[in-house]
Write a protein that binds this ligand. Structure first.
Ligand code: TXA
Ligand code: MG
Length: 372
């Protein structure tokens, strides 16, 4: 999956990344094709995989934006070293310019080129959790354009484990800037179909890598803070990080206002379905129905996502049961929320998850999805 000599010669961003001369104007075509339906590229056989990776890499080398699967959620990727290509991501997502984008790398060598310093704690964390759902915030290197960092002095880097994005990065030879592939403030996609429905008219290509295995976004850890600080909880929780590097400061839950400076993406309402979302615990069906009537909602307008106490579906718009296990719950959650929206739910009632560290990231996403 390495770039051929010819391809690297064709790639202006690759030359820039290697410290070679800047490209001639016009060599990067600049972006997606609004109004054109995205092509969804299957990748489930070796031949389809190779072809999808090659097509995605060709578009990325030409400065375009493509949707790629990662193990957390699908990402909307562009060449992280090409400010114009990155600008297209903001445009397609409707993302505020002050919100920086994570840079995805194929491995340690590429990660170190994106940052100005690589502390021992980064080495330890990368050895323990990469490739995987952990983003490390570090001082940026000169090669990372302002468009990626939103003008800030740091960059978030992550080495994803999904074989498709790994292969695409290696084929391109440059890192990929990629936020979640959803319109700003909506639910992240965990299937190619979610991307197609939300952004299919604005991009050329979506590579289908199957349902995301993790299902919620990566843990974002700020290594420029002392002690390092969790800016966004994810399935690699605080305790797991602390076991590798010692003291870690907890996440920003409950203090969203104060957090907007450190991690501008952590808006209070985020990851949100169209329906109103509430988290409830109930003893039995009667208790649940009485709590719902307090919401002044029709029961038939409510879609329920339960993991332990399954009520009778009678009267509800839908009742889904997802596993009482944090990993499996996270994997299923966004697909359930997308489905509730598609079916026109007015309210989504989610059964409260346990208050243990393994569920922290899920609690965080539910809180943000339900914020008004
Ligand atoms: O799992 C993930 O992280 C997915 C996949 C595609 O990799 N990406 C993702 O990107 O969730 P996005 O843009 O939807 O969320 C990135 C979060 C935002 O809250 C952003 O503000 C924060 O990370 N972030 C990115 N760079 C940062 C930086 N330099 N300093 C602080 N926060 C940063
Ligand atoms: Mg996002």
């Amino acid at each position: 999956m390495n770039a051929t000599k010819d391809e690297t010669v064709r790639s202006p961003a690759f030359r820039r990344f290697r410290g070679q001369p800047a490209p001639t104007p016009g060599s990067s075509s600049g972006g997606g094709t609004p109004g054109t339906a995205a092509e969804v590229l299957p990748a489930h056989t070796p031949a389809l995989f190779r072809s999808a990776v090659r097509q995605a890499a060709d578009l990325l080398r030409a400065g375009q934006v493509v949707a790629l699967p990662t193990e957390t959620v699908y990402g909307l990727a562009a060449n992280a070293l090409d400010a114009e290509a990155v600008a297209r991501i903001y445009e397609i997502k409707g993302r505020p310019a002050h919100n920086p984008i994570i840079v995805h790398v194929a491995g340690l060598e590429m990660a170190r080129r994106c940052v100005a310093t690589w502390p021992p704690s980064a080495d330890k964390l990368a050895a323990a959790f990469w490739p995987g759902p952990l983003t490390l915030v570090l001082p940026r290197s000169k090669e990372i354009p302002d468009a990626v960092t939103a003008g800030g002095t740091t960059v978030g880097v992550r080495c994803p484990s999904h074989p498709i994005i790994q292969a695409v990065i290696r084929e391109c030879g440059f890192p990929l800037a990629a936020p979640s592939a959803n319109p700003s403030n909506r639910i992240s996609p965990t299937t190619a179909e979610h991307v197609r429905k939300q952004l299919g008219g604005k991009i050329r290509c979506i590579v289908d890598g199957g349902p995301s295995q993790v299902g919620i976004e990566s843990t974002v850890l700020d290594l420029t803070a002392e002690p390092p600080r969790v800016l966004r909880p994810g399935m690699i929780h605080e305790g797991a990080l602390a076991a590798v590097i010692g003291a870690v400061r907890g996440d920003a839950r409950g203090a969203p206002g104060g957090e907007t400076l450190r991690s501008p993406g952590l808006l209070r309402r985020h990851y949100a379905p169209r329906a109103k979302l509430v988290v409830l615990s109930w003893r039995d069906d009667a208790d649940l129905k009485s709590q719902i009537s307090n919401l002044k909602s029709q029961i038939s307008d409510c879609h329920l996502i339960a993991h332990s106490r399954v009520p009778s579906p009678k009267g509800f718009g839908r009742v889904s049961l997802i596993p009482h296990d944090p990993e499996a719950f996270a994997r299923a959650l966004y697909a359930e929320l997308h489905r509730c929206d598609e079916e026109g739910a007015g309210w989504i009632v989610v059964e409260a998850p346990p208050e243990t560290p393994e569920w922290t990231a899920i609690q965080d996403r539910l809180k943000r999805a339900g914020a008004t």
